[in-house]
Design a protein around this ligand. Structure first.
Ligand code: NAP
Length: 461
């Protein structure tokens, strides 16, 4: 065989650039937007409508006919009509026989009907080949050309050839088809546009709850306590001081919560001696939203960095500094540099900066555009090894900064521990257990289990 023949074919220009006519039922928002895009991509478009009058809104080069006449002109018919009107199609069954019907409809509620709209359409017209597509693309995005965020078009259908025809159109429009399989997947595809950040719910509610708790905790100890027992009005702490305590605490706890489910999973697998039994639901869900937890943690860490950078601008800080200088001048005495304090402050700042740098790196590698360009091992290296390093650095940053309060009795106002002590509980627990898990006597059986070994195999050969 001529070695070059396939290359020559691939490079040969497409002699027939003519595209097949596409019919769209419905001249509403979506029908018009899709028709417009198709005409731009070289498809002749014919509309099937209840009214054949041409209006200014309809794309210039499109024809508008009755449903039956329009359907006869194309092999593919896009049904840009709400599901509740689908029964008008039943009398057209004969003319729609063997045609590819593209269901693009959405619902107002999750699982609104017992079956998906596409399956309903297939039941109404068993002689046609129904394909689900385009429902996750909005009419506005199609018309304004702002499709960057939603280039993916989920496609599903029982007839492979029909699905291919629709996927070719999707590609010709500059979009990316994603084959989701048979028409059974239609319900899931129809639910996509109705979901509101499903993976973000738990991280957001957890963060809101913990933030409110720590904010009130600081308010009680730093403002109310000092007002009652020391007669100092530090209510302005609410603006920067308290948020700058709550943010690092939240960042550290949430980062630890990203790694905690992995620790639970390892303990469960070791205990069961197999990886072939499902984790409890709560653990599965927790594992699935680790990326979101990490991103919320990064947001808190970034806020902490910004709050810290504005510290020199604060009136309270400059008052405290000048008070120190004046008291030294009045006493005619210069305080010597406390080397231990200088070491501690430089160390916690350095640990914080390095920890934040790794935190940002973790955030960047979780972006799809970056994670798609690294292999599984590289991704694991960053998210697991560097992630744990970030947790160690951030924990050490808090330990060095907050350590001075651990033993001081003045830190236990109302017998409550300082917020920094609280913030270290989960990260320290995660790090200690992780340390135990990397001991060879624990790590070896765990690695074996993760490679498929079972302590008591259910199905032995
Ligand atoms: P729309 O503006 O209300 O248009 C629906 C069209 O359906 C009407 O213009 C009408 O076209 C036709 N129609 C209305 N009642 C009918 C009836 N009783 N019998 C036959 N035809 C009837 O709605 P749309 O926004 O274009 O949405 C159409 C479909 O696309 C819906 O299923 C929607 O879920 C889906 N969708 C919309 C978007 C979007 O961004 N809008 C995005 C994805 C999916 P004629 O007057 O020409 O007959």
């Amino acid at each position: 065989m001529n070695k070059n023949s396939s290359n020559t074919m691939a490079l040969a220009p497409n002699i027939s650039n003519k595209r097949e006519t596409v019919c769209i039922f419905g001249t509403g928002d979506f029908g018009r937007a899709l028709g417009h895009k198709m005409i731009q991509s070289g498809y002749p478009v014919v509309y099937g409508s209840r009214s054949t009058q041409i209006s200014n809104l309809i794309p210039k080069d499109a024809e508008v006919l009755s449903h039956a006449e329009a359907a006869q002109k194309a092999a593919i018919i896009i049904i840009a009509i709400q599901r509740q009107h689908y029964n008008f199609l039943t009398p057209l069954a004969e003319v729609l026989q063997g045609k590819v019907l593209v269901d693009i409809s959405n619902n107002l509620k999750l699982n609104q009907y017992p079956e998906s709209n596409a399956e309903y359409l297939a039941q109404l017209l068993p002689g046609s080949k129904v394909v689900k597509a385009f429902n996750t693309v909005s009419a506005w995005a199609l018309q304004s050309g702002t499709l960057d965020a939603s280039r993916q078009v989920f496609v599903c259908g029982d007839d492979v050839e029909a699905k291919q025809m629709v996927m070719n159109i999707v590609r010709a429009l500059g979009l990316t088809p994603l084959d989701k399989g048979s028409l059974l997947a239609a319900q899931e595809i129809e639910n996509y546009p109705l979901q509101l950040f499903p993976m973000w719910k738990f991280p957001i509610f957890l963060s809101l709850g913990l933030t409110a708790f720590f904010f009130l905790y600081c308010l009680a100890l730093d403002v109310i306590y000092t007002y009652i027992y020391e007669n100092n009005n530090f209510s302005f702490f609410i603006a920067i001081t308290i948020p700058n305590r709550v943010c690092p605490v939240m960042a550290l706890i949430l980062l630890a919560l990203v790694y905690l489910p992995g620790i639970f999973a390892a303990i469960i697998q070791l205990y069961r001696g197999t990886k072939y039994r499902r984790f409890p639901d709560w653990l599965d869900k927790w594992m699935l939203c680790r990326k979101q937890l990490g991103l919320v943690a990064l947001a808190f860490a970034s806020l902490h960095a910004v709050f810290t950078l504005v510290t020199p601008l604060r009136a309270f800080v400059s008052w405290r500094t000048s008070k120190g200088i004046i008291s030294q001048a009045l006493n005619n005495k210069t305080e010597p540099l406390n080397n231990t304090n200088a070491w501690l402050s430089d160390s916690y700042l350095a640990l914080g900066i390095l920890g934040y740098f790794l935190f940002v790196l973790l955030g960047i590698t979780s972006l799809p555009s970056v994670s798609n360009n690294v292999n599984w091992r590289e991704f694991r290296f960053v998210q697991s090894k560097l992630g744990y390093l970030a947790l160690i650095l951030c924990t050490a940053h808090t330990l060095v900064y907050g350590g001075k309060w651990f033993l001081s009795p003045s830190a236990y106002k109302w017998y409550l521990p300082n917020i920094y002590i609280l913030s270290l509980i989960v990260p320290c627990a995660v790090l200690v257990v992780k340390f135990v898990l990397i001991f060879p006597c624990v790590d070896k059986p765990l690695t074996k289990i993760r490679q498929g070994w079972e302590r008591n195999p259910k199905y032995s050969e």
